[in-house]
Structures are given as structure tokens and as C-alpha cells.
Design a protein around this ligand. Structure first.
Ligand SMILES: [Zn+2]
Length: 94
């Protein structure tokens, strides 16, 4: 993910991203950033996510796991990949 301020890449697993609370800061430039799930990316990624879930389902069942686990896993990966950083707004305009 790229910081909207300094365009440096910020890891989703970095300490700054995993802090509690809504206000997060960029570890590189210390400006406030907001983590959000991009609907555009979610829409793009839903297709490979569904296909992967369907492909993984028999493997999961073979391994003695629930088939729905593959769907859950792929949804989680999809959300993770759809995450983007943006400049937080004080007021959301309608
Ligand atoms: Zn930054």
C-alpha cells in the first residue's frame, strides 16, 4: 500500500497499521492516513477470489477441513488485497 502523502509503501502488517483506534500515521512521513477497503478493488478481486475458493474447496475437503473454509480464506485475502490508504477526511461529504 502506498502512503497518500509521501507515496512510500507501507506494509499492512507494520506496527503502525495494527494500532488500535482510527487515527493511524504513516511510519515514513508521520502524516495521518486512513485504511479502507476500496470497493473498486473488491469488485475486481471478487472474481479471482471466487474462482480460487472453488478450486481450493476440494483440496480443503480432502484435507478433512470444511469446504466453506476456503471461501472464508479467499474472502479474507480479497479484503486484505483491497485495502488502500487515504487521507482521512474530517467530514464525509455526501
Ligand atoms: Zn507517508
Amino acid at each position: 500500500m502506498k502512503c497518500p502523502h509521501c507515496l512510500e509503501s507501507v506494509s499492512i502488517f507494520s506496527k503502525e497499521m495494527n494500532k488500535f483506534g482510527k487515527s493511524k500515521v504513516c511510519p515514513k512521513c508521520s502524516n495521518s492516513i486512513q485504511l479502507y477497503v476500496s470497493p473498486k478493488w473488491a469488485a475486481i478481486l471478487i472474481i479471482p477470489a471466487v474462482v480460487s475458493a472453488l478450486l481450493l474447496e476440494p483440496i480443503f475437503i480432502d484435507a478433512g477441513l470444511s469446504g466453506s473454509l476456503s471461501t472464508g480464506l479467499m474472502c479474507g485475502v480479497m479484503v486484505l488485497l483491497s485495502m488502500r490508504l487515504k487521507v482521512p477526511k474530517v467530514k464525509e461529504s455526501a
